[in-house]
Design a protein around this ligand. Structure first.
Ligand code: UDX
Length: 443
């Protein structure tokens, strides 16, 4: 099938590339000319395992194209997937302006009988608005209304595992208001249906809420396990055993039970806030989601306090920080706990050396956008450089390479050999045996 993707961000680029891998012909549009020019030259703007190679293969196979020229191609496709950003507004609600601009631009151009799929995470009721925008555009062009259908088809991709997640979905959700629209959307995912992946047909409101429900549930689960982890610390219990033990209960399952510095990223913080905003509009109190958001915000704000409780005052010292991204295997730094930590270290007048395998460039851009500058912040090219002359190492992201750290590295490079590991990725025993102060979380 010929498919268009609007937006070549994380979701759009992964979705478009993987759909071409499934055998479709995909044209991916973005209004950012520099980005499209780079993609045409084979330069991939994001770090996502497996994506780079797949893009090259698909471009070579002539199943994946990049363009800024929507007008020239979009009339050829049976489905247009909108994958543009829906950032949080100041009040927490989702900003739909990019979605609206995209839909209004394409609606007059697409073929009669085709579908416009919303992949962006959008509040319940957006498909109705989308239909309205489409029909207004069709009417303005003198075309028949109701001939282009809005479909809600949320994604569940984890950054860092997005390609794998796309190609091995747990389920595909298709929210529609007509059988014709469902047929086209289902055909896109026919290779998954053939493998037995559940394809769930539902109305657009349910599809839209499924995405928020999944993310809010997982975020709540994380706030819960983080609070359990704190209680373990106070009671000499061990979160590592506790997580394993409750995860073995089939009703609970093993995933999303690792405590950490608090969740971040482009989805959980934004989507939980947007869900609360939706609930407010419908005059419903979602106290559980609200508490989990508050709990997470507080956790991130208090990260440095926890370190200081252990290590005492840090002013004037040099601290190393491993990890700038919100989790491993991504270059995404949105809502990363490292930002909270660095801001607080800066305010305490602490010299910082930081290292991240992929996130430094985006982190610098984020600091610029937030107009945050610190002469105390130094970027290192590797772990050893980051540790030099340091009075303590704080680990905030669970990059696999951090777990290769050896006691010798710590002893050779650091002035004061002590580690605060907010991801429990190091083997505590070997560091303690080597005489290094080591602090994990939750035990
Ligand atoms: C999430 C959802 O998983 C995905 O389905 C949705 O489409 C987008 O949001 P993502 O934000 O990429 O994906 O990351 P994910 O792997 O889900 O982790 C989210 C946050 O939870 C990260 O900050 C991560 O560090 C944290 N986390 C996750 C934990 O602290 N402990 C865990 O056990 C799991």
């Amino acid at each position: 099938m010929k498919i268009a993707i609007i937006g070549t961000g994380y979701v759009g680029l992964v979705t478009g590339t993987c759909l071409s891998e499934l055998g479709h012909h995909v044209i991916a549009f973005d209004h950012d000319q520099a980005k499209i020019a780079a993609l045409k030259k084979g330069q991939v703007p994001i770090y996502e395992p497996g994506l780079n190679g797949m893009i090259h293969r698909m471009v070579e196979a002539k199943r994946l194209y990049f363009s800024t020229d929507i007008e020239a191609y979009i009339h050829e496709v049976s489905a247009t997937i909108v994958a543009v950003g829906t950032p949080s507004k100041c009040d927490g609600s989702a900003d739909l302006s990019y979605v609206e601009v995209a839909i209004k631009r394409i609606a007059p151009l697409v073929r009669e009988g085709s579908i416009i799929i919303n992949k962006s995470t959008v509040p319940v009721g957006t498909a109705f608005k989308t239909s309205q925008w489409i029909n207004d555009c069709l009417k303005a062009k003198g075309k028949k209304q109701g001939t282009v259908h809005a479909v809600s088809n949320p994604e569940f991709l984890r950054e860092g595992a997005a390609v794998e997640d796309f190609l091995n979905p747990d389920r595909v959700i298709i929210g529609v208001s007509s059988d014709e629209a469902f047929k086209i959307a289902r055909d896109i995912y026919a290779p998954f249906a053939a493998k037995g992946v559940p394809i769930i047909k539902t109305n657009t409101q349910t599809a839209e809420l499924i995405k928020y429900a999944a993310n809010a549930y997982l975020a709540t689960r994380l706030s819960f396990i983080n609070e359990m982890s704190d209680l373990c610390e106070k009671t000499e219990a061990d979160i590592r055993t506790l997580s394993t033990a409750i995860g073995l209960d089939k009703r609970i399952g093993p995933h999303f039970l690792r405590p950490g510095p608090g969740y971040g990223g482009s989805c959980f913080p934004k989507d939980t806030r947007a869900l609360l905003d939706t609930a407010k509009q419908y005059k419903q109190d979602m106290s559980i989601v609200r508490s989990s958001v508050e709990s997470n915000d507080l956790r991130k704000a208090n990260l440095l306090e926890r370190v200081k409780q252990k290590w005492g005052a840090l002013s004037g010292l040099r601290i190393s920080l491993f990890g700038l991204t919100f989790k491993a295997d991504t270059d995404d730094v949105r809502e990363t706990p490292s930002f909270d930590m660095i801001k607080n270290l800066h305010h305490e007048n602490v010299e910082m050396s930081v290292f991240d395998p992929q996130g430094a460039d985006n982190f610098k851009i984020m600091l610029k956008n937030f107009k945050f500058e610190s002469p105390l912040l130094h970027y290192s090219k590797d772990m050893s450089e980051c540790l030099k002359g340091s009075d303590g190492l704080i680990i905030l992201t669970e990059w696999a390479q951090f777990s290769t750290l050896l006691p010798e590295d710590v002893k050779t490079h650091m002035r004061h050999a002590r580690i605060f590991d907010f991801r429990n990725i190091l083997d505590e025993k070997i560091f303690l045996e080597a005489g290094i102060e080591y602090q994990g979380i939750g035990y």
